[in-house]
Design a protein around this ligand. Structure first.
Ligand SMILES: *Cc1c(COP(=O)(O)O)cnc(C)c1O
Length: 419
């Protein structure tokens, strides 16, 4: 009989834009015993998680809960529940994840329009607002932090314009939530989708979302109750809702999901118990550190990393005015095999960094400084290793300068403490 060895994954230094290293306390939380999903002890943990998510999203919204699935499940839940076939949806695209929003909106039957910015920069908010005024879509969907290009789109003015024009603004904040400010209420964002495996440093598998009563009103108009849960006399009767109106997904139906997360606890899916423990612990750690301190730690790691890279003599990719603070992109020097550099980092130093997609495939490396991975030790380690590997690949770098420049940033600034 074939046998298999014990599971023993290597301890890596993960410096990608996700998944990133997970705080040991979160891993421990995942090993606790299972509770039933309607056990008051467990529903108590669900309620605390919702409360902590409201702090994370900086919102007074009633609804803030995780969707079970990877980050795109949150995106899909919001778009599927909002978009009726024929609805007009506008997507300003400045990287790969903008295309994901477009694709999902198209699958929902939306009439999608888009404008695209050259990768490596973002929109002047006025450009987006001009389009909104002219075309008056029902929904606008945008990415806050584009992990594919390392750029971040300012959203406040766009949010204000959308509110004034009565357009629903839906934002993918998967990469930014927990690493750099995302002000749901202040920026007038109607729905925000986050991720766990990036700056929250929780494994992939849940997608925290929040949405306001403007979104809820539309979702409730499309509400349908599962046949078996209706009055038995009505269970066999055909559904009376017009076909176009009904939310096409059961799993991603926000009307049902919010009933499940409400005090009514109407049965829907089985909550992913261990993942909920992990998210609750990740959020507890985040609030214990404090949002401001956490953002400062991410900024400091970014400053140390970028100072180190530039001191080595390497340029950064993208417009610095809109740089995403949690992802740093570096053009692969001419004549260098970017994948060979990444392999050597992994094999000899146990460090993982990322390549990119689409038009940037093989052209840039992406280094994440996110969540539990955003630590001084990791930043210094990646800089030292990158220098050694680049020298092996025949790139002339200023020897020793990278780590020294990063050390200067940590020495001169007040070191943001962690854990
Ligand atoms: C990572 C990421 C996603 C997709 O997340 P999954 O967890 O892989 O589904 C979506 N949007 C952005 C901006 C991301 O960085």
């Amino acid at each position: 009989m074939k046998t298999y060895g014990d599971l023993s994954p290597s301890l890596r230094t993960i410096m990608t834009p996700g998944p990133v290293e997970v705080d040991p306390r979160v891993l421990r939380a995942m090993s606790y015993p299972i509770l039933g999903q309607f056990d008051p002890e467990f529903t108590g943990l669900m309620n605390q998680t919702m409360e902590m998510l409201r702090s994370l999203f900086v919102t007074d919204n009633q609804w803030a809960f995780p969707v079970d699935g990877t980050s795109r499940s949150g995106i899909e839940a919001v778009l599927t529940s909002l978009i009726e076939p024929g609805d007009t949806v506008f997507v300003p695209v400045y990287g790969r994840f903008g295309y994901l929003l477009m694709e999902i909106a198209e699958r929902c039957g939306a009439e999608v329009s888009f404008i695209e910015k050259e990768w490596g920069s973002v929109f002047d908010p006025e450009e987006v607002i001009r389009h909104l005024r002219q075309h008056r879509p029902k929904i606008a969907a945008m990415v806050h932090g584009e992990t594919s290009t390392g750029c971040m789109q300012p959203l406040k003015e766009i949010g204000e314009a959308c509110r004034e024009l009565d357009i629903l603004l839906v934002v993918d904040a998967v990469a930014t939530i927990g690493g750099t400010p995302v002000e749901t209420d202040e920026w007038k964002l109607d729905a925000v989708m986050g991720g766990t495996q990036k700056c929250l440093s929780v494994p992939s598998g849940l997608a925290p979302i929040t949405y306001n009563d403007r979104v809820e009103a539309k979702v409730l108009r499309r509400k349908r109750i599962e046949r078996g849960l209706r009055d038995p006399k009505l269970a066999a009767a055909p559904s009376r809702e017009p076909a176009g109106l009904v939310i096409r997904s059961n799993y991603f139906d926000l009307a049902q999901l919010q009933d499940y997360w409400s005090p009514a606890r109407l049965n829907h899916h089985t909550e992913a118990t261990s993942m909920l423990y992990a998210l609750r612990e990740g959020l507890r750690i985040l609030l214990e550190e404090g949002l401001e301190a956490r953002f400062a730690r991410h900024r400091q790691c970014e400053q140390a990393l970028t100072a180190g890279i530039q001191a080595m003599g390497l340029p950064l990719y993208g417009n610095p005015a809109c740089k995403l603070p949690v992802v740093t992109c570096i053009p692969v020097p001419d004549g260098v095999d970017g994948e060979s550099v990444r392999s050597m980092l992994l094999e000899d130093f146990g460090i993982e960094i990322a390549s990119s997609f689409g038009p940037l495939k093989g052209k840039i490396w992406r280094i994440g400084t996110m969540g539990f991975s955003a630590r001084k030790k990791n930043v210094l380690h990646v800089l030292g290793a990158l220098e050694a590997v680049l020298i092996r690949h025949g790139v002339s770098v200023a020897r020793g300068e990278g780590v020294q420049a990063a050390l200067d940033v940590y020495r001169n600034g007040k070191e943001a403490s962690y854990a």
